[in-house]
Design a binder for this molecule. Structure first.
Ligand code: FAD
Length: 295
């Protein structure tokens, strides 16, 4: 499959130790061989990883010389604190941001100056003009707090209208969720690229936990299949690689403009998925033929 016109990106979380950071730099080196457009680094809402996010962005930028997109979650921060962070990034030569609301850790009460990610996007545009490429979050299966699918799409539209350039989705395992979501976004004239967020399947228990928290559905058949491997971690990874590889293949063949990988600070699964994609001519052709038949 020809990936040359598809935008690929990889997301990391900031490691807790110096050793972890060095390991992450090795991982990023391996993934840089796949020519990603950028690496992104998450940010603990309420500022729990504030310093570590900055250190990770700095280290990746210095060691790899690649574009880095720090995540910035506005919940719990006032505009001066956000401005300080934004100015630090500008001084470092960072010109991409992933702008989010975030979820306050339990026990924290202050909601800060901004309630929603769209407020943050507006603020960044007001204070920095068009300097940043701003990514925002999108939810093909709907955000857990969204009253309806429609209000969630209108929320994305607000982020677009406030000046975001593109969006990255929450992960999902059902390709139809993405394609129906794209149709709804087109109806609302949300004219920015929306990149599927891809979660490699590496460990079932961890996946189950994450999915419950973020509202991503693990289809029943997939859950049953992964459960059936029990403690056989190798079998989970092998099946996960095949399944997620095929999901990526179908998303790209169906017109997704690229992919964003939630790496969980590992390179192996992403490298495996790319290997799968590189050798996936047959299935891509099958999808195309089906599309031609339907047309
Ligand atoms: P928003 O776009 O502001 O929306 C949040 C929800 O509120 C939506 O359901 C929306 O429909 C609803 N809503 C909007 N307006 C209203 C209204 N007026 N009344 C009621 N409801 C409304 N979290 C982190 O803490 N750190 C990260 O680094 C991080 N990275 C992420 C990266 C990606 C690609 C994604 C998809 C998520 C990430 N998250 C991160 C998680 C994200 O912060 C949470 O999903 C959070 O709950 C919502 O953030 P948001 O930016 O989507 O918020």
């Amino acid at each position: 499959m020809d990936l040359s016109n598809k935008r690929m990106s990889f997301e990391f979380y900031p490691p807790k130790s110096f050793e972890g950071l060095n390991q992450l730099i090795d991982i990023a080196h391996r993934l840089s061989a796949l020519s990603p457009a950028f690496f992104s680094v998450t940010f603990g809402a309420g500022g729990s990883t504030r310093q570590r996010t900055i250190e990770t962005v700095t280290a990746l930028k210095q060691k790899l010389g690649m574009p880095i997109a720090p995540h910035l979650a506005c919940v719990g921060f006032d505009r001066h604190e956000l401005m300080t962070l934004i100015e630090q990034y500008i001084a470092m030569g960072v010109n991409r941001l992933v702008a989010l609301r975030g979820d306050l850790p339990s026990g924290m009460v202050s909601s800060g100056d901004f309630e929603l990610a769209s407020d943050l996007v507006k603020f960044i545009r007001v204070v920095t003009g068009n300097y940043f490429h701003i990514e925002v979050a999108a939810y093909p299966e709907s955000h857990p707090q969204a009253a309806t699918m429609q209000t969630d799409i209108l929320n994305l539209k607000r982020k677009y209208e406030m000046g975001s350039n593109s969006a990255i989705t929450q992960y999902f395992f059902n390709q139809d969720a993405y394609f129906y979501f794209m149709d709804e976004c087109a109806k609302q004239q949300i004219n920015m690229p929306i990149y599927p967020g891809i979660m490699p399947i590496m460990q079932y228990e961890r996946l189950k936990r994450f999915s419950t928290v973020c509202g991503a559905e693990v289809p029943r058949w997939l859950a049953k299949r992964l459960e059936s491997y029990g403690d056989d971690a190798e079998a989970v990874r092998e099946f996960g690689l095949e399944f997620v590889g095929r999901l990526c293949e179908r998303l790209l063949a169906g017109g997704a403009p690229g992919l964003h990988f939630y790496t969980l600070n590992e390179s192996q699964a992403c490298l495996g998925i790319f290997e799968h994609l590189a050798g996936s001519g047959g299935v891509v052709q099958l999808v195309t033929e089906e599309a031609v038949e339907v047309a």
